[in-house]
Ligand binder design. Structure first.
Ligand code: BDR
Ligand code: CA
Length: 312
């Protein structure tokens, strides 16, 4: 079977970086048409440079990196330097990228790529705030039937990680997330319920560090910084490796399980802004608009990740 064409929309960010590397390490299954970048974990000038650094690390400077929206649709940007460091890739040891940004805006790239493709073929894999994806849908609704699937990291059935109610990606741009969930596109949501089961234990980190390659060293360095933050902030050994779950789901969906449900995003209450209201028990009678994943074979996920990173 031909590799599945995907656009990765991201805000690197340590875990976005690992997601990109996992995708690049899987050319038999995934054809990365382009990387579109959004402001999120850090401002856009850092996220786009970080995407280019990761392309170079993976030997994939041929893939276009397109800079997108520098701010959410309606709210001021909220960033997460306390998690990912000032540049967003603290600990990676990577220098400034030499490869250039691709010409054109990320939203134009998404629109043009989808319009040029047959219906239902291209998968979108967002791992940051959904600003670029929503902006593309708003600008050109004809892209909707073109989207095969949107497999995204964001939201939660239960806990929040930026407020008690909301997960970071959805909180940063709740209006964009609301537009995406209401779009009618086929959506798979990997939220905190599942990513908090994909913890970077000492043993899993050591296995990546033991690869002894530039990619293994960079990933281990980033995840050490990431784990240190989670240990200091939450007293937890092993941070949740959110974004690579999206790519792992595309590669090995049998590692995951979930349920078809209705999801709506809170955009009005300051108290619960950005909450994904997941109708897990189907109490509203609303038709399902997403598959919400809530479980993972975490050992299988880390085995896949480590084995693929070894191939870069
Ligand atoms: C999400 O927020 C970001 O900090 C991570 O990169 C991930 O996409 C987790 O809430
Ligand atoms: Ca991210």
């Amino acid at each position: 079977m031909a590799p599945r064409p995907i656009i990765i929309d991201c805000d690197p960010g340590h875990d976005d970086a690992v997601a990109l590397l996992l995708a690049f390490a899987s050319p038999g299954e995934l054809d990365v048409l382009g990387i579109t970048v959004v402001a999120g974990n850090v401002p856009l000038d850092h996220t786009e440079a970080n995407a280019r650094r990761i392309c170079e690390l993976a030997g994939r400077a041929d893939v276009g990196v397109y800079a997108g929206c520098a701010a959410p649709l309606e709210r001021p940007l909220v960033t997460a330097e306390e998690v990912h460091g000032e540049t967003g890739l603290e600990g990676s040891g990577l220098g400034q990228p030499a490869m250039a940004l691709a010409d054109g805006h990320a939203v134009d790239f998404i629109v043009e790529t989808l319009l040029a493709a047959p219906d239902g073929v291209v998968t979108l894999a967002p791992t940051g705030p959904l600003t670029n994806v929503a902006a593309a849908m708003i600008r050109e609704p004809r892209i909707l039937p073109k989207i095969g699937e949107i497999v995204l990291m964001g939201g939660s059935i239960g806990l929040g990680n930026v407020t008690p109610a909301a997960e970071f990606n959805i909180y940063v741009d709740p209006h964009a997330a609301d537009a995406v969930f209401a779009s009618g596109a086929a959506i798979t949501m990997l939220g905190l319920d599942v990513t908090h089961k994909a913890l970077i234990t000492k043993e899993r980190l050591a296995a990546i560090g033991a690869l002894g390659t530039p990619v293994g060293d960079a990933v281990a360095g980033m995840l050490e910084v990431y784990n240190r933050h989670h240990a200091e902030r939450y007293g937890r050994v092993g941070g949740p490796l959110h974004d690579p779950c999206v790519i792992a789901y595309l590669l090995r969906p049998e590692l995951f399980s979930g349920r078809r449900v209705h999801v709506k995003v809170e955009t009005r209450s300051e108290l619960t802004m950005g909450r994904t209201v997941v109708d897990w028990l189907s109490v509203t009678g609303e038709a399902a608009n997403a598959t919400v994943i809530d479980d993972i074979d975490a050992d299988g996920f880390y085995a896949l990740l480590t084995e693929r990173l070894a191939q870069l």
